[in-house]
Each structure stands twice: as structure tokens, then as C-alpha cells.
Design a binder for this molecule. Sequence first.
Ligand SMILES: CC(C)(COP(=O)(O)OP(=O)(O)OC[C@H]1O[C@@H](n2cnc3c(N)ncnc32)[C@H](O)[C@@H]1OP(=O)(O)O)[C@@H](O)C(=O)NCCC(=O)NCCS
Length: 154
Amino acid sequence: MNVFDSVILEAFQKNNERDPYEDMKIVVASLKRDDYNDFSIMENPKFFRKAVRYSYIQYDGELPVAFAYTREYRYEGNHTGVTISVAVNPEYRRRGYAKLCCEKVIQEAKSDPKITEIAWGADKTNKGSIALAKSLGFKSWYTHDGDIMLRIPM
Ligand SMILES: CC(C)(COP(=O)(O)OP(=O)(O)OC[C@H]1O[C@@H](n2cnc3c(N)ncnc32)[C@H](O)[C@@H]1OP(=O)(O)O)[C@@H](O)C(=O)NCCC(=O)NCCS
């Protein structure tokens, strides 16, 4: 297992080597029936390509097995934040891949002076997601409609 590539989505699309959108869809298709799976944003490739800022994909050889990506949002008028989405093929879990992918996109977000908030939303029953967020340094922020929101203080 090694890291195939680390890319900014836009740069990847220009390179035209692999299509990160298609590779992330392969990971989503591997998720279990009872996994949290609200990646409906991927149903619209045009919207997805426009909405996603940074992505990082982990490969096992040619097989994409994990990814994280960020989406931007506006808050308090003019500030820009990002939320993180992440998924890992069930066969590859608890090996640190989610953490690695998230660390990469967090690193990108932190190096972008425009980004002033990094947020994480999880269904409150998704213990894995919440534990992962906390292991990445996210702190509880607020709850809303069955979701818990966390963020990295910046
Ligand atoms: C949540 C998810 C991304 C975790 O992926 P993963 O590769 O297994 O996570 P990692 O191996 O990087 O875990 C890093 C740390 O997060 C925590 N963690 C991850 N999964 C956990 C679980 N199921 N229960 C408790 N803690 C968990 C642990 O602290 C873990 O460190 P450790 O293994 O040394 O104890 C994966 O289970 C998944 O794809 N779930 C379905 C999609 C989803 O829920 N995405 C998140 C919401 S967008």
C-alpha cells in the first residue's frame, strides 16, 4: 500500500491522468449498507467538481480505497470555511487512512489564507466519524437536528 498521489482537484483535472471524481465514486460504492453514506452530492458531477476544493485519495495499487475532500462555505458575512467529507472502503479501515486523507486536506486548507474555519459535521450516532474528528483535533461546537458539529479552532 502506498500513496498514489496527493492533488488539488483542479490540478488533477488539468493533468487528465485519473479522474478523482470517478475514483471517489468507487470508494463510495464500496461502503456497507449500514454505513453513513450521504454522498448524494456526487450524483451531480458538474456540481461536485465545482463545489469540491481539495481532495486527497489513497490507493492500493490502482484501487482507490479512501478519500477526503473539502467544500467551502461562507459564514459571518465574508469569511470562508471548509467542511470535510471522508470515506474508506470497509476492507481498509482502522489502518489510519481516513486520518491521513483528512490531515492532507486540512493541511491544504490551513495553508490557504482565505480559509478561517475548518468544520466537521457528523450524525450523532456515527461514533467512528466523531472519534476520528476528535483524533484530528476537532472540538465539539454545536448540535443541530441530530448532527453534531465540530471545528478546529484557528
Ligand atoms: C469513519 C471512517 C471514515 C473511519 O475510517 P478509518 O480509515 O477506519 O479511520 P482511521 O483508521 O483513520 O481512524 C483514525 C482514528 O479515528 C478513530 N476511529 C475511526 N473509526 C472508528 C470507529 N469505528 N470507532 C471508534 N473510533 C474510530 C480512532 O481514534 C482511530 O484511531 P485508532 O484506530 O488508532 O483507534 C470510516 O469508518 C468510514 O468510511 N465510514 C463510512 C463513511 C463515514 O461515516 N464518513 C464520515 C462522515 S463524512
